[in-house]
Ligand binder design. Structure first.
Ligand SMILES: Nc1ncnc2c1ncn2[C@@H]1O[C@H](COP(=O)(O)OP(=O)(O)O)[C@@H](O)[C@H]1O
Ligand SMILES: [Mg+2]
Length: 251
């Protein structure tokens, strides 16, 4: 099987600091890969290179078999890479459906195409349908995003990725600052994405979460990839040893 994403020898420097140091990573359809490491290990920088926020200094990224050059995040999104951060790229002053369709609104034409209006009925119904299939239910569907809880916002972001048939979902610390129930909901949703064959890269400090939903774990330490393990063949004690630099498979 061909990897959905293939990162080859990626390097990203900030002045004299090498934040990502010759990192390679393959992600296959239907799998969830945990990306872990101590603070400043380079995790966020690596995924920002993948999602078009940064341009790598060296190395190559292949997405769906083709060399990818994402100059901006919107280019990566159009290609099918959805990235969600703790401080999500959702518009707080808009509703759920407006966020799912943000930048890709459906319009209706009147008077032979002279007049365009947003097709809110269509977008609302489509949003409800995708939320239903994910088993996400809002008592407050018409509410603005800023009124929703952190977990509900994550759910909207995930619904957006499913609706637009994302080919890769990257989540950077998605369960940070969420309550326990909401954390579980987000983890359930990661499972649903996998069922839909959408691969997931999950960055998290919460190792039990990583062990619960991933099938592979990649550990970074000071910019380098120091370990790659099948989740079923490792444990959190061993992963922590890699995270703090006590173990290093490249040495
Ligand atoms: N925009 C930036 N400019 C300069 N240094 C940065 C920038 N972003 C990240 N860094 C540095 O790169 C290193 C890796 O950071 P980051 O990728 O955020 O790590 P992580 O997500 O694993 O905590 C850190 O030393 C951080 O200070
Ligand atoms: Mg980070």
């Amino acid at each position: 099987m061909e990897p959905m994403l293939s990162v080859r020898n990626l390097v990203k420097r900030f002045g004299g600091l090498t934040a990502v140091n010759h990192v390679s990573l393959d992600v296959y359809p239907g799998e969830a890969v945990g990306l872990v490491g101590d603070n400043a290990a380079g995790k966020s920088t690596l995924i920002k290179c993948i999602s078009g926020v940064y341009q790598a200094d060296e190395g190559e990224i292949f997405f769906r078999g083709e060399r990818a050059h994402f100059a901006r995040p919107i280019d990566a999104r159009r290609a099918g890479i959805e990235t969600i951060y703790q401080d999500l790229a959702l518009a707080g002053n808009l509703g759920i459906s407006a966020n799912i369709f943000m930048g890709r609104e459906v319009k209706r034409k009147y008077l032979g195409g002279m007049v365009h209006t947003l097709d809110e009925t269509f977008m609302n119904e489509a949003s409800r349908k995708v939320l239903d299939t994910l088993n996400i239910h809002f008592a407050n569907f018409g509410e603005k995003i800023e009124k929703l809880s952190g977990g509900q916002r994550q759910a909207v972001a995930i619904a957006r990725a499913v609706y637009w048939q994302a080919k890769l979902m990257i989540m950077d610390e998605p369960t940070n600052n969420l309550g326990v129930v909401e954390q579980h909901k987000v983890l359930d949703l990661i499972g649903k994405l996998r069922e839909e064959q959408v691969p997931v890269i999950l960055i998290s400090h919460t190792l039990p979460d990583v062990f619960a939903v991933t099938n592979r774990i990649v550990v970074m330490h000071r910019g380098r990839r120091v370990a790659e393990k099948r989740t079923s063949e490792t444990n959190s004690h061993e992963i922590v040893q890699y995270m703090v630099g006590a173990l290093d498979d490249t040495r």
